[in-house]
Design a binder for this molecule. Structure first.
Ligand code: AMP
Length: 308
């Protein structure tokens, strides 16, 4: 079975949405990615860092979900990465209120020996120098490298980010970030321009409006499932990415057709993530719930027009 290495933040988040507010709860890109990928039963491990203030119970929960946590360094006298965000009534729009890098500021990632030969690498949202540090520790290039990033790193560390972008197969970013990175308003033009920076596959996430996959002139679109209740969109992008790469790690098929399925799996899992605050829903999500919603997804997008 292929192995999946996940790099990203393991964090505390404080979130405000029109429906409520949380104090510091478990968050972080690697947390959401790994919980989502764990639904495929793949052999996955995280590389990240937390402070001495990070509860052991959170680490136990990840382990209980079959995720290898030996690559999560604990800096006893340090503080865990902290992010705080506030959503508008339009849940696609959020303001970042606080980003405290804390232990992430001087993080030197060490890939556990058991994962240096992982065939699949997910570079979750985190400092591009850390992402590059991990790529460099893998003696053989993984079969697939997927990168997720955000405007924070484009604004603060663009030259380092561009070096990472050159080295990856797939980039997943949201629509506004794709526009910022490419300088193009049209998402089709933006995807073309991002192809020239390195990635053969460009996934553009449009929140509740679904996701687009571009590859060499091929385009695929998956809607987001229309949900009755959306409580907290935090982590939806990471959950999407975790589902995407989790499915590819399990199936080991990198054809465009299979990538389309991966997009659907990612969208399906993201639809659960947003139903409760933080990681609550993803921690308890069952296989039967996942399968049931996949049927809904199929019915939502299937039609039978006879072509002349
Ligand atoms: P998403 O909603 O998918 O964009 O991901 C939200 C998660 O990303 C939260 O749990 C945060 O802890 C984490 N996050 C927020 N800002 C950053 C950042 N600058 N670098 C890495 N992770 C971040």
């Amino acid at each position: 079975m292929s192995k999946l290495l996940i790099v990203g933040t393991v964090a505390f988040d404080a979130i405000e949405t029109p429906f409520g507010k949380t104090d510091k709860i478990l968050g972080g890109a690697a947390t959401y990615i790994s919980l989502s990928a764990s639904k495929f039963g793949v052999n996955s491990g995280i590389v990240s860092v937390v402070g001495g203030d990070f509860p052991k119970s959170h680490l136990n929960m990840l382990e209980k979900n079959g995720i290898d946590i030996s690559g999560i360094e604990i800096i006893k006298n340090g503080k865990t990465f902290f992010w705080s965000g506030k959503y508008h009534n339009d849940l696609n729009v959020r303001d970042t209120l606080i980003t405290e890098l804390n232990v992430l500021a001087d993080f030197n990632p060490i890939v556990p020996q058991a994962f240096v030969d992982a065939e699949f690498l997910m570079l979750g949202n985190l400092h591009p120098a850390v992402q590059m540090g991990v790529i460099k520790q893998m003696p053989k290039r993984p079969k697939l490298v997927v990168l997720d990033t955000m405007n924070f790193w484009m604004n603060n560390t663009l030259p380092e980010l561009m070096e990472v972008i050159k080295k990856v197969d797939v980039i997943t970013i949201n629509d506004e970030e794709a526009r910022q990175l490419s300088g193009e308003y049209s998402l089709v033009k933006a995807a073309h321009k991002i192809h020239t920076m390195g990635p053969k596959y460009v996934v553009i996430k449009k929140g509740e409006h679904g996701a687009l996959l571009f590859n060499n002139g091929n385009v695929f679109f998956a809607p987001a499932l229309p949900l009755e209740e959306v409580f907290d969109p935090t982590g939806a992008g990471d959950t999407f990415a975790g589902g995407f790469i989790g499915y590819l790690t399990k199936t080991e098929d990198l054809s465009f057709g299979n990538m389309k399925n991966a997009i659907i799996y990612g969208s399906n899992l993201a639809s659960f993530c947003v139903e409760k605050f933080g990681t609550t829903k993803m921690e308890t999500l069952s296989q039967s719930e996942i399968q049931q919603r996949l049927t809904q997804f199929k019915n939502l997008t299937q039609f039978d027009i006879e072509l002349q």
